[in-house]
Unconditional design. Sequence first.
Length: 361
Amino acid sequence: MEIEKKIEDYLISLKFPILEKHCLNKKCIKKIEIKDNVLNIDIQLGFYINSLANKLKEIILKDLKELISHKINLNLTTKIQPHKVQAGVETLPNVKNIIAVASGKGGVGKSTVTANLALALSSEGANVGILDADIYGPSQPTMLGIQQKPNSSDGKTMDPLIGHNIQVMSIGFLVDQETPMVWRGPMVTSTLEQLLRNTKWDNLDYLLIDLPPGTGDIQLTLAQKIPVTGAIIVTTPQDISLLDARRGLKMFEKVNVPILGIIENMAQYVCSSCGHKEHIFGKDGGSKMSNNYSVDLLGSLPLDIKIREDLDNGSPTVAKNVGSSISKIFSGIAIKTSSKVADFSEDHSVKFPKIVIDKNT
Protein backbone atom coordinates (compact mmCIF):
# COMPACT_ATOMS: atom_id res chain seq x y z
CA MET A 1 0.00 0.00 0.00
CA GLU A 2 2.95 2.31 0.55
CA ILE A 3 3.89 2.36 -3.15
CA GLU A 4 0.26 2.96 -4.16
CA LYS A 5 0.18 5.97 -1.81
CA LYS A 6 3.39 7.33 -3.34
CA ILE A 7 1.90 7.00 -6.84
CA GLU A 8 -1.31 8.72 -5.76
CA ASP A 9 0.66 11.58 -4.17
CA TYR A 10 2.71 11.94 -7.36
CA LEU A 11 -0.37 12.10 -9.59
CA ILE A 12 -2.06 14.69 -7.37
CA SER A 13 1.11 16.84 -7.40
CA LEU A 14 1.55 16.57 -11.19
CA LYS A 15 1.27 19.82 -13.14
CA PHE A 16 -0.30 19.41 -16.58
CA PRO A 17 1.55 20.75 -19.64
CA ILE A 18 0.01 23.95 -21.11
CA LEU A 19 -2.14 24.43 -17.99
CA GLU A 20 0.77 24.52 -15.56
CA LYS A 21 -1.53 23.58 -12.68
CA HIS A 22 -2.57 20.53 -10.67
CA CYS A 23 -5.59 18.91 -12.33
CA LEU A 24 -5.93 15.58 -10.54
CA ASN A 25 -7.46 14.76 -7.17
CA LYS A 26 -8.45 11.53 -5.43
CA LYS A 27 -11.80 11.58 -7.20
CA CYS A 28 -10.09 11.55 -10.62
CA ILE A 29 -7.86 8.58 -9.75
CA LYS A 30 -10.17 5.61 -10.23
CA LYS A 31 -7.63 2.82 -9.81
CA ILE A 32 -4.07 2.25 -8.64
CA GLU A 33 -3.53 -1.49 -8.50
CA ILE A 34 -0.52 -3.79 -8.71
CA LYS A 35 -1.50 -7.22 -10.00
CA ASP A 36 0.71 -9.95 -11.47
CA ASN A 37 3.66 -7.55 -11.43
CA VAL A 38 1.70 -4.99 -13.50
CA LEU A 39 0.75 -1.53 -12.27
CA ASN A 40 -2.73 -0.58 -13.53
CA ILE A 41 -3.75 3.08 -13.31
CA ASP A 42 -7.14 4.44 -14.36
CA ILE A 43 -7.56 8.22 -14.46
CA GLN A 44 -10.82 10.00 -15.34
CA LEU A 45 -10.48 13.64 -16.34
CA GLY A 46 -13.23 16.25 -16.29
CA PHE A 47 -12.18 17.73 -19.64
CA TYR A 48 -10.88 16.48 -22.99
CA ILE A 49 -7.20 16.70 -23.94
CA ASN A 50 -6.77 14.78 -27.22
CA SER A 51 -3.82 16.94 -28.33
CA LEU A 52 -2.17 16.63 -24.92
CA ALA A 53 -2.90 13.01 -23.99
CA ASN A 54 0.24 11.38 -25.45
CA LYS A 55 2.54 14.00 -23.95
CA LEU A 56 0.87 13.65 -20.57
CA LYS A 57 1.17 9.86 -20.69
CA GLU A 58 4.87 10.13 -21.57
CA ILE A 59 5.52 12.39 -18.59
CA ILE A 60 3.63 10.13 -16.16
CA LEU A 61 5.24 6.90 -17.43
CA LYS A 62 8.73 8.43 -17.34
CA ASP A 63 8.29 9.66 -13.77
CA LEU A 64 6.68 6.44 -12.52
CA LYS A 65 9.52 4.32 -13.85
CA GLU A 66 11.71 6.06 -11.28
CA LEU A 67 9.32 4.93 -8.54
CA ILE A 68 8.54 1.39 -9.66
CA SER A 69 10.05 -1.30 -11.86
CA HIS A 70 6.74 -2.93 -12.84
CA LYS A 71 5.14 -2.84 -16.26
CA ILE A 72 2.63 0.04 -16.33
CA ASN A 73 -0.81 0.17 -17.92
CA LEU A 74 -2.07 3.76 -17.89
CA ASN A 75 -5.66 4.41 -18.95
CA LEU A 76 -6.94 7.99 -19.44
CA THR A 77 -10.68 8.59 -19.90
CA THR A 78 -12.88 11.69 -19.80
CA LYS A 79 -16.32 12.37 -18.37
CA ILE A 80 -17.83 15.83 -18.71
CA GLN A 81 -20.13 16.80 -15.85
CA PRO A 82 -22.84 19.50 -15.85
CA HIS A 83 -21.91 22.41 -13.59
CA LYS A 84 -23.89 24.92 -11.58
CA VAL A 85 -25.49 27.93 -13.26
CA GLN A 86 -26.86 31.17 -11.85
CA ALA A 87 -29.67 30.67 -9.34
CA GLY A 88 -33.26 30.62 -10.55
CA VAL A 89 -32.48 29.87 -14.21
CA GLU A 90 -33.88 26.71 -15.76
CA THR A 91 -31.21 24.37 -17.11
CA LEU A 92 -31.27 22.99 -20.64
CA PRO A 93 -31.83 19.28 -21.45
CA ASN A 94 -29.01 17.58 -23.38
CA VAL A 95 -26.61 20.47 -22.69
CA LYS A 96 -24.12 19.95 -19.88
CA ASN A 97 -22.43 23.35 -19.89
CA ILE A 98 -23.13 26.70 -21.54
CA ILE A 99 -20.26 29.11 -22.17
CA ALA A 100 -21.14 32.70 -23.05
CA VAL A 101 -18.66 34.42 -25.37
CA ALA A 102 -19.04 38.17 -24.98
CA SER A 103 -17.40 41.48 -25.76
CA GLY A 104 -18.02 44.96 -24.46
CA LYS A 105 -18.07 46.32 -28.02
CA GLY A 106 -18.29 45.15 -31.63
CA GLY A 107 -15.40 44.66 -34.01
CA VAL A 108 -13.09 42.71 -31.69
CA GLY A 109 -13.57 39.35 -33.46
CA LYS A 110 -15.89 37.72 -30.93
CA SER A 111 -17.71 35.57 -33.52
CA THR A 112 -14.40 34.58 -35.12
CA VAL A 113 -13.11 33.45 -31.72
CA THR A 114 -16.35 31.59 -30.97
CA ALA A 115 -16.26 29.58 -34.21
CA ASN A 116 -12.61 28.58 -33.89
CA LEU A 117 -12.88 27.87 -30.14
CA ALA A 118 -15.84 25.56 -30.75
CA LEU A 119 -13.81 23.68 -33.36
CA ALA A 120 -10.83 23.46 -31.01
CA LEU A 121 -12.99 22.03 -28.21
CA SER A 122 -14.41 19.52 -30.70
CA SER A 123 -10.91 18.59 -31.87
CA GLU A 124 -9.94 17.86 -28.27
CA GLY A 125 -12.83 15.35 -28.10
CA ALA A 126 -15.86 17.27 -26.83
CA ASN A 127 -19.36 17.38 -28.33
CA VAL A 128 -19.89 21.08 -29.05
CA GLY A 129 -22.62 23.44 -30.29
CA ILE A 130 -22.96 27.15 -31.07
CA LEU A 131 -25.99 29.37 -30.60
CA ASP A 132 -25.53 32.48 -32.71
CA ALA A 133 -27.22 35.03 -30.45
CA ASP A 134 -26.32 38.06 -32.55
CA ILE A 135 -29.79 38.70 -34.00
CA TYR A 136 -28.80 41.94 -35.76
CA GLY A 137 -25.70 40.53 -37.42
CA PRO A 138 -25.62 36.71 -37.46
CA SER A 139 -22.33 35.52 -38.89
CA GLN A 140 -21.92 31.88 -37.81
CA PRO A 141 -23.78 30.46 -40.87
CA THR A 142 -21.24 32.10 -43.21
CA MET A 143 -18.23 31.33 -41.01
CA LEU A 144 -19.12 27.65 -40.72
CA GLY A 145 -20.24 27.30 -44.35
CA ILE A 146 -23.87 26.34 -43.60
CA GLN A 147 -26.53 27.44 -46.10
CA GLN A 148 -29.49 25.12 -45.33
CA LYS A 149 -32.56 25.79 -43.25
CA PRO A 150 -33.26 23.72 -40.12
CA ASN A 151 -35.69 20.79 -40.18
CA SER A 152 -37.85 19.34 -37.42
CA SER A 153 -37.72 15.60 -36.70
CA ASP A 154 -40.55 15.72 -34.13
CA GLY A 155 -42.72 18.61 -35.33
CA LYS A 156 -42.09 20.50 -32.08
CA THR A 157 -38.43 21.45 -32.06
CA MET A 158 -35.80 22.41 -34.64
CA ASP A 159 -32.85 20.17 -35.37
CA PRO A 160 -29.54 22.04 -35.22
CA LEU A 161 -27.56 22.23 -38.45
CA ILE A 162 -24.10 20.68 -38.56
CA GLY A 163 -20.96 22.43 -39.76
CA HIS A 164 -17.51 20.88 -39.29
CA ASN A 165 -18.99 18.54 -36.65
CA ILE A 166 -20.42 21.50 -34.68
CA GLN A 167 -24.17 21.74 -33.92
CA VAL A 168 -25.33 25.25 -34.85
CA MET A 169 -28.49 27.33 -34.54
CA SER A 170 -28.81 30.92 -35.76
CA ILE A 171 -31.51 33.40 -36.79
CA GLY A 172 -29.45 33.57 -39.98
CA PHE A 173 -30.86 30.16 -40.95
CA LEU A 174 -34.44 31.45 -40.73
CA VAL A 175 -34.33 34.83 -42.49
CA ASP A 176 -32.91 36.13 -45.75
CA GLN A 177 -29.32 37.38 -45.44
CA GLU A 178 -30.26 40.85 -46.66
CA THR A 179 -33.29 41.23 -44.39
CA PRO A 180 -32.57 43.75 -41.60
CA MET A 181 -33.76 42.69 -38.13
CA VAL A 182 -35.58 45.86 -37.03
CA TRP A 183 -36.60 44.52 -33.63
CA ARG A 184 -36.83 45.99 -30.16
CA GLY A 185 -35.10 44.42 -27.19
CA PRO A 186 -37.99 42.27 -25.86
CA MET A 187 -38.47 40.67 -29.29
CA VAL A 188 -34.77 39.85 -29.50
CA THR A 189 -34.58 38.22 -26.07
CA SER A 190 -37.80 36.27 -26.66
CA THR A 191 -36.56 34.99 -30.03
CA LEU A 192 -33.20 33.95 -28.62
CA GLU A 193 -34.82 32.07 -25.75
CA GLN A 194 -36.91 30.20 -28.30
CA LEU A 195 -33.87 29.42 -30.45
CA LEU A 196 -32.06 28.15 -27.36
CA ARG A 197 -34.84 26.06 -25.83
CA ASN A 198 -36.64 24.92 -29.00
CA THR A 199 -33.54 23.53 -30.63
CA LYS A 200 -33.07 19.78 -30.23
CA TRP A 201 -29.45 19.84 -29.08
CA ASP A 202 -27.85 16.40 -29.12
CA ASN A 203 -25.91 15.55 -25.94
CA LEU A 204 -23.65 18.61 -25.88
CA ASP A 205 -20.70 18.85 -23.52
CA TYR A 206 -20.42 22.57 -24.27
CA LEU A 207 -22.78 25.02 -25.96
CA LEU A 208 -21.07 28.29 -26.87
CA ILE A 209 -23.35 31.34 -26.98
CA ASP A 210 -22.07 33.98 -29.40
CA LEU A 211 -23.64 36.96 -27.59
CA PRO A 212 -24.38 40.31 -29.25
CA PRO A 213 -21.69 42.94 -28.58
CA GLY A 214 -22.26 45.49 -25.84
CA THR A 215 -23.53 45.55 -22.26
CA GLY A 216 -27.01 46.98 -22.64
CA ASP A 217 -30.45 45.70 -21.72
CA ILE A 218 -30.42 42.88 -24.29
CA GLN A 219 -27.11 41.46 -23.10
CA LEU A 220 -28.02 41.78 -19.43
CA THR A 221 -31.43 40.13 -19.94
CA LEU A 222 -29.86 37.26 -21.88
CA ALA A 223 -27.23 36.77 -19.19
CA GLN A 224 -30.04 36.51 -16.63
CA LYS A 225 -32.21 34.09 -18.65
CA ILE A 226 -29.66 31.76 -20.21
CA PRO A 227 -28.28 29.06 -17.84
CA VAL A 228 -24.62 30.00 -18.17
CA THR A 229 -21.83 27.96 -16.56
CA GLY A 230 -19.22 30.62 -17.26
CA ALA A 231 -18.33 33.49 -19.57
CA ILE A 232 -15.38 34.41 -21.77
CA ILE A 233 -14.57 38.05 -22.53
CA VAL A 234 -13.02 38.79 -25.93
CA THR A 235 -11.04 42.02 -26.29
CA THR A 236 -8.32 43.66 -28.32
CA PRO A 237 -5.26 45.23 -26.64
CA GLN A 238 -6.09 48.94 -27.07
CA ASP A 239 -7.36 50.94 -24.10
CA ILE A 240 -10.81 51.76 -25.50
CA SER A 241 -11.56 48.10 -26.15
CA LEU A 242 -10.29 47.10 -22.71
CA LEU A 243 -12.54 49.73 -21.11
CA ASP A 244 -15.60 48.17 -22.77
CA ALA A 245 -14.38 44.65 -21.96
CA ARG A 246 -14.28 45.61 -18.28
CA ARG A 247 -17.93 46.62 -18.50
CA GLY A 248 -18.74 43.20 -19.96
CA LEU A 249 -16.88 41.52 -17.13
CA LYS A 250 -18.78 43.56 -14.53
CA MET A 251 -22.10 42.71 -16.21
CA PHE A 252 -21.55 38.99 -15.67
CA GLU A 253 -20.47 39.59 -12.10
CA LYS A 254 -23.83 41.31 -11.47
CA VAL A 255 -25.75 38.20 -12.53
CA ASN A 256 -23.37 35.81 -10.69
CA VAL A 257 -21.86 34.23 -13.80
CA PRO A 258 -18.21 33.20 -13.25
CA ILE A 259 -15.63 34.56 -15.69
CA LEU A 260 -13.64 31.73 -17.29
CA GLY A 261 -11.07 34.12 -18.65
CA ILE A 262 -10.07 36.71 -21.24
CA ILE A 263 -9.08 36.09 -24.86
CA GLU A 264 -6.96 38.83 -26.40
CA ASN A 265 -7.61 39.03 -30.14
CA MET A 266 -5.50 40.91 -32.72
CA ALA A 267 -2.66 41.04 -30.21
CA GLN A 268 -0.11 41.50 -32.96
CA TYR A 269 -0.04 41.78 -36.74
CA VAL A 270 1.85 39.05 -38.61
CA CYS A 271 3.00 40.00 -42.11
CA SER A 272 2.03 37.27 -44.58
CA SER A 273 5.09 38.00 -46.74
CA CYS A 274 7.97 38.23 -44.29
CA GLY A 275 6.49 37.11 -40.95
CA HIS A 276 7.32 40.43 -39.26
CA LYS A 277 5.29 41.02 -36.09
CA GLU A 278 3.97 44.40 -34.99
CA HIS A 279 1.67 45.42 -32.12
CA ILE A 280 -0.71 47.64 -34.09
CA PHE A 281 -3.37 47.93 -31.36
CA GLY A 282 -1.03 48.14 -28.39
CA LYS A 283 0.79 45.57 -26.30
CA ASP A 284 -0.04 43.43 -23.25
CA GLY A 285 -3.53 44.90 -22.78
CA GLY A 286 -5.04 41.47 -22.11
CA SER A 287 -2.42 40.52 -19.53
CA LYS A 288 -2.84 43.87 -17.74
CA MET A 289 -6.60 43.37 -17.54
CA SER A 290 -6.03 39.80 -16.37
CA ASN A 291 -3.80 41.00 -13.53
CA ASN A 292 -6.04 43.92 -12.55
CA TYR A 293 -9.16 41.76 -12.26
CA SER A 294 -7.56 38.46 -11.17
CA VAL A 295 -8.98 36.71 -14.24
CA ASP A 296 -7.07 34.21 -16.37
CA LEU A 297 -5.71 35.24 -19.77
CA LEU A 298 -6.70 32.18 -21.79
CA GLY A 299 -4.65 33.15 -24.82
CA SER A 300 -3.55 35.86 -27.26
CA LEU A 301 -4.33 35.61 -30.97
CA PRO A 302 -2.60 37.35 -33.87
CA LEU A 303 -4.14 39.62 -36.49
CA ASP A 304 -3.60 37.21 -39.37
CA ILE A 305 -5.20 37.44 -42.82
CA LYS A 306 -5.57 33.64 -42.97
CA ILE A 307 -8.14 33.72 -40.14
CA ARG A 308 -10.32 36.16 -42.09
CA GLU A 309 -9.91 34.36 -45.43
CA ASP A 310 -10.74 30.95 -43.97
CA LEU A 311 -13.90 32.21 -42.25
CA ASP A 312 -15.10 34.03 -45.38
CA ASN A 313 -14.79 30.70 -47.20
CA GLY A 314 -16.81 28.86 -44.55
CA SER A 315 -13.85 26.80 -43.35
CA PRO A 316 -12.35 28.22 -40.11
CA THR A 317 -8.60 27.89 -39.65
CA VAL A 318 -8.86 25.31 -36.85
CA ALA A 319 -10.82 23.03 -39.21
CA LYS A 320 -8.84 23.80 -42.37
CA ASN A 321 -5.29 23.66 -40.99
CA VAL A 322 -5.11 21.65 -37.78
CA GLY A 323 -1.33 21.90 -37.52
CA SER A 324 -1.09 25.67 -37.96
CA SER A 325 0.25 27.96 -35.25
CA ILE A 326 -3.20 29.56 -34.96
CA SER A 327 -4.84 26.16 -34.43
CA LYS A 328 -2.30 25.35 -31.72
CA ILE A 329 -3.13 28.61 -29.90
CA PHE A 330 -6.84 27.77 -30.04
CA SER A 331 -6.10 24.25 -28.82
CA GLY A 332 -4.41 25.70 -25.74
CA ILE A 333 -7.32 28.08 -25.17
CA ALA A 334 -9.80 25.19 -25.49
CA ILE A 335 -7.96 23.06 -22.93
CA LYS A 336 -7.66 25.97 -20.50
CA THR A 337 -11.35 26.83 -20.94
CA SER A 338 -12.63 23.29 -20.40
CA SER A 339 -10.32 22.75 -17.42
CA LYS A 340 -11.68 25.92 -15.82
CA VAL A 341 -15.24 24.63 -16.31
CA ALA A 342 -14.23 21.31 -14.73
CA ASP A 343 -13.03 23.18 -11.65
CA PHE A 344 -16.51 24.59 -10.97
CA SER A 345 -19.01 22.97 -8.60
CA GLU A 346 -21.04 20.23 -10.23
CA ASP A 347 -24.80 20.52 -10.72
CA HIS A 348 -26.41 17.57 -8.94
CA SER A 349 -30.01 18.66 -9.57
CA VAL A 350 -30.40 16.34 -12.59
CA LYS A 351 -29.73 13.35 -10.34
CA PHE A 352 -32.82 13.95 -8.22
CA PRO A 353 -36.44 13.52 -9.36
CA LYS A 354 -38.77 16.50 -9.40
CA ILE A 355 -41.48 16.32 -6.76
CA VAL A 356 -44.91 17.46 -7.97
CA ILE A 357 -47.77 17.94 -5.48
CA ASP A 358 -51.18 17.38 -7.08
CA LYS A 359 -54.12 18.76 -5.07
CA ASN A 360 -56.48 16.30 -6.74
CA THR A 361 -54.78 13.21 -5.28
